[in-house]
Ligand binder design. Sequence first.
Ligand SMILES: [Fe+2]
Length: 283
Amino acid sequence: MSFKQTLGWLKWTLKRSKEHRTEVLDALVEDLQTAQPDHVVVTGDLTNLGMEAEFPAAVTWLQRLGGPQQVSIVPGNHDTYTFSSPAVLWHHWMDYLQSDSQDRAIREPLQDFPTLRIRGPIALVGVSSAQPTNLFYANGNVGKGQLERLEQLLHSLTESGLCRIVLIHHPLSKEGIAQRRRLSDAQAVQDILQRAGADLVLHGHIHRTSVMTLPGRDSVIPVVGVRSSSAIGRKPHKRSRYHLYRIERLDSPLDSRRFRITMVTRGYDKTQGCFQRTRERVL
Ligand SMILES: [Fe+2]
């Protein structure tokens, strides 16, 4: 175990393990089994310390949500906790990460982002902002090569008629985020979204609900951050939530948006031990 992992383990034992609870995740799975969404996306930090045993354990949990046809993921900074983590996560999580059409035999660890997974009328574009960092840092970086491929991919989807949903772990804003936790090339991602367009961006990392918009190619792009899904909420504003999205195609020439996206927030009720609807809004 590296020094970073040892400190992380201490933090987990003394603090984080009291907040991120199995019973919350069990309630989440139960709620999703009732809601039966067409697809589930998880925007990273499925693991904590980058220990090898955490990766197959995460797959076992993902399988409770569904198989790779029903569930898509992108990695978070905890999933690349050590410099060997990217290769390990790719090995274990390939089925939930990979693009639909790529050949496993020619795959190199983390060289395949952004990914593209098409499910019905939805194009899921998976961006990896996760990278190994030094002690006390949790920055993200998309990187020049991936940025170029992202712009090409989004342009190629412009005429597809698909609802383009970009998945990324780190938020695209630096507002309220310590410098050591930000996405270093957030502005470059924003610029690409403005040039190439997208219909929705989903992220995690900050454990807060966040809804903002960015300028897009033809219309503004909603950008939504979600809380941790495992937090029991010793601080109520951090208590577990997840979002259900209803996506409807708009055919009105008067509306520059191609889709109406309605977001239902479901939050963990500590007293009842289950998730309940807390809010619905049109993005
Ligand atoms: Fe994170």
